[in-house]
Design a protein around this ligand. Structure first.
Ligand code: SF4
Length: 383
């Protein structure tokens, strides 16, 4: 008999690692941002409420199947680690949602992330119906989050956002990327800084929690200052609950790569990105947001904290890195990208330091001057 399975999209935010993923729309209705390749070959489509509800029923069926399995292996219905390991190792569950649901149950079945790129494009009453069904089927759910675009959110009435909040939508993740209009146009974000502000303020007013994503390095050598300062200005007006930074890495599959090939876009190196990050954080004023650096591509993941009280601490961490001699920075960059270091403090651990030094020597002997290429390859391997 074919095991039950449900549809899933390709991505989720890093903060939703333990969330149940439920696909509400397919792909992205805009799909033109030049730094994004996630849905490039895919066509956008809405899923019907009935389709999504069927998936919710299927997930419920999988939950029952996992609980029965727990009884059969003598765990009394408990979703404990041995049961999850058993499911993770079973090749029968390579492609269905069994593993994901098992991990979700193991982690308390509290959070759900609605996929894909811009779910507020759904009619509000349909979105409310989906949320109601989800919460009714799984009363353990405490948080439901989704991605959306500022353009789409700015078209919703505040009452609609409040209806979504009352039906259980807890948080919207928005790709702000930048607050600098010429850069938003250049990367074809399809939204203005003013629309970002309007959308962000509406979400806040509705009581839904707001997470704004900023791309470090997006301004390249030509616009980095304006990118940092104008983005800070937009964030200062929105006052989002969360600011999440992630670092640009341009792959050949992204349209922005063609601009690099033509010599139009000059990417920043790691150290320049950190200068840009300093300028951004330095200009965040009068807001009560928490800044997260929860993306694997960020060099200084330890630069995180609450604003305003931890702003100086974040800037000090950046300044500590920027003041390191070039050899130390290179050692840290390689160690961090290779997963040897977690933070700059790890540079003071001799065993880790020596390990990275040996790798640096090996790169230099095999490919003199090849560090930047090695770092670039390591970053690509994460996306
Ligand atoms: S709106 Fe988001 S998902 Fe759509 S193309 Fe832009 S970055 Fe990608």
């Amino acid at each position: 008999m074919t095991p039950p399975s449900y549809e899933q999209g390709p991505i989720r935010p890093p903060s939703e690692a333990y969330s149940l993923l439920l696909r509400v729309t397919r792909n992205c209705p805009w799909n033109r941002c030049e730094f994004c390749h996630t849905y490039k070959k895919e066509k956008f489509s809405l899923r019907t409420v009935e389709e999504v509800k069927r998936d919710i029923d299927t997930i419920q069926e999988i939950v029952s199947g996992i609980k029965s399995l727990s009884w059969r292996v003598g765990l009394g219905g408990e979703i404990a680690a041995p049961l999850v390991n058993l499911i993770l190792k079973d090749p029968q569950h390579d492609s269905d949602g069994f593993r994901q649901v098992a991990l979700w149950l193991y982690n308390g079945s509290k959070n759900v992330f609605l996929q894909d790129g811009d779910n507020l494009i759904l009619k509000t009453d349909q979105f409310v119906e989906i949320l109601n069904d989800l919460k009714k089927t799984f009363p353990s759910i405490e948080r439901v989050t989704t991605y959306s675009r500022s353009k789409t959110v700015s078209k919703k009435r505040i009452e609609e956002l409040q209806d979504l909040k009352n039906a259980g939508l807890s948080r919207i993740h928005i790709g702000l990327e930048s607050g600098y209009d010429p850069l938003l146009q250049y990367i074809k974000k399809g939204v203005t800084a003013q629309e970002h502000i309007e959308a962000g303020k509406k979400v806040k007013e509705s009581g839904i929690s707001l997470s704004e994503y900023v791309i470090l390095g997006l301004g390249g050598k030509g616009m980095w200052r304006e990118h940092a300062m104008e983005t800070a200005k937009v964030l200062n007006q929105i006052n989002p609950d969360f600011i999440r930074v992630r670092t640009l890495k341009v792959l050949k599959t992204m349209l922005l790569y063609q601009k690099i090939e033509k010599g139009e876009f000059n990417p920043l190196n790691d150290n320049e990105v950190i200068e840009e990050e300093r300028l951004l954080i330095g200009h965040l004023e009068g807001i009560r947001s928490t800044l997260f650096s929860d993306h694997i591509l960020n060099l200084l993941q330890e630069v995180e904290g609450k604003l305003p009280e931890e702003k100086e601490k974040m800037l000090k961490r950046i300044d500590y890195y920027l003041a390191l001699p070039r050899e130390e920075k290179d050692n840290f960059r390689l160690g961090r990208r290779a997963g040897v270091y977690q933070s700059v403090e790890d540079l003071s651990k001799p065993e880790l330091r020596n390990q990275v030094d040996r790798s640096l020597q090996q790169i230099e002997s095999e490919r003199p001057g090849g560090l930047e290429k090695a770092l670039s390859d390591l970053m690509e391997s994460f996306i």
